[in-house]
Structure formats: C-alpha cells, structure tokens
Design a protein around this ligand. Structure first.
Ligand SMILES: [Zn+2]
Length: 230
C-alpha cells in the first residue's frame, strides 16, 4: 500500500481498517491488523489475551493532549513519573518535557495505524485502571509475562519496540508500545524537517514559535532515532 503525508500526520484515516473485536475506535493498516491478529492468536495459545489499549490516534486528538499539557491542564511527568511544574519552565523546556512521553501532533507514530500500545486483558484484575508505566511492564509488574512473551515472539510477526533506552535519550522507554515494521518504515520516509515546520505553522498549537525554531532538532531526536532501521 502507498501511504500519503496526510495519513502520516494523522489528518486522513482512509488507509485504515477497524478491528471490530476491539471496538469501533481500534484502527490499523490492513497489514498491521493481520499481523496483530496472528500474533494475538499465538499469544492466546500461550495463555495471554492481547488487547490494544491504544492504536490509531488522530492529529486532533494528539493536539488536545499537547495543548492541555503545555497550558498545565493535564499533568506533564518526568522519567520517574513525577509531576513537572511547567510554569517554572521556558517554552522550549516545556516542549522537551512534554515530548518525553507525548509526541508532537502530526508526528506521533500512533497516527500511522502501525503502532499499538498493547496490554494483556487476562493479567488485569477486575476494574483495573491501565496506566502504561514501566512499573506495570517491568520486572515484578503485572504485565511482566507479556513483556517476556513479546521479547521472544513479536519479531516473528513483524513487530518491534521503537521507544527503548538503547535508541533514546530524550524519550522514555515504552515497553508497551510496539510497531509493525514493514508499514511503519514506509511512513518514516515521508517525515521531513520541512513537513514538521509546515504542519506546526498550520496548527493551533501551544508553543508554536518555540517549535518552529526546533524543527531540525525534533526531526533528529524524535523521528530519526525511533526509525525501524535502528
Ligand atoms: Zn504508544
């Protein structure tokens, strides 16, 4: 399938298919959906019920998250999960603080339909509120068996983790975030520093002037580093 810039930046979902078994908002590219379903079937045989906690997210949705965080209406957390007081930071510092756990609108891998935050439904106690934290997915956490299973098997199905310690200094390790490499690689090549500038310029985004000056750095630190070739 040939993907477009509009699809890469979360403005167009015409390339996506709904996975009805996970609800009306669970959207993926057809190839990602097929790979995820195969992987879920294999995991089920090993006693794990995979569940996409989040798959596709639109530009508008990511923009609301960004603006809320920039304006202090939604908590911004540091690498240890502690709340950051954005009122004490400069504009550029605020952008970097948000970027540790949240993508820039237009440049979230969740726009593509190739990336999934995955949990295991059968490991959660009734009424459990999913957090997506290192505590849950790391050693001793409730999803430790899921992390171990993904470590051993996800590559057979074409998935990898783009956000890991090895690849990053500016973003957190997300053991729950997996990416379908064959399709994600096609989106990665559509993203350029100019596309970042153009998208920011046209958006009602908080911190716009700071972000416009940061476009080349944002590309290097947040797009190129998580690329599937790394
Ligand atoms: Zn994610």
């Amino acid at each position: 399938m040939k993907f477009t810039v509009q699809q890469a930046t979360g403005h167009d979902t015409s390339h996506l298919t709904v996975l009805e078994e996970y609800g009306p908002n669970c959207l993926m590219t057809p190839a990602t959906a097929a790979a995820f379903r195969s992987m879920a079937a294999a995991a089920q045989k090993d006693g794990l019920t995979l569940m996409p906690a989040s798959s596709h997210r639109s530009f508008e949705r990511q923009l609301v998250i960004w603006n809320d965080k920039y304006l202090g209406d939604r908590p911004v957390l540091d690498w240890q999960g502690k709340k950051v007081d954005v009122n004490t930071l400069t504009g550029v510092e605020t952008c970097y603080a948000i970027l540790f756990w949240s993508a820039l609108p237009g440049f979230s891998r969740h726009h593509w339909g190739t990336d999934i935050d995955v949990a295991a439904a059968n490991l959660m106690p009734p009424g459990y509120q999913l957090q997506l934290t290192g505590e849950e997915y790391g050693a001793g956490g409730i999803f430790e068996p899921l992390t171990a299973w993904l470590n051993s098997h996800m590559e057979e199905f074409g998935f990898y983790r783009p956000f890991t310690d090895e690849a990053h200094v500016r973003v957190g390790t997300e053991l729950w975030h997996i990416s379908y490499r064959p399709d994600a690689a096609q989106f990665e090549v559509l993203i350029t520093p100019d596309l970042i500038r153009e998208t920011i310029k046209n958006a009602q985004i908080a911190g716009k002037s700071c972000l416009l000056g940061m476009a080349d750095e944002l590309y290097a630190d947040y797009i190129a580093r998580s690329a599937s070739g790394n």
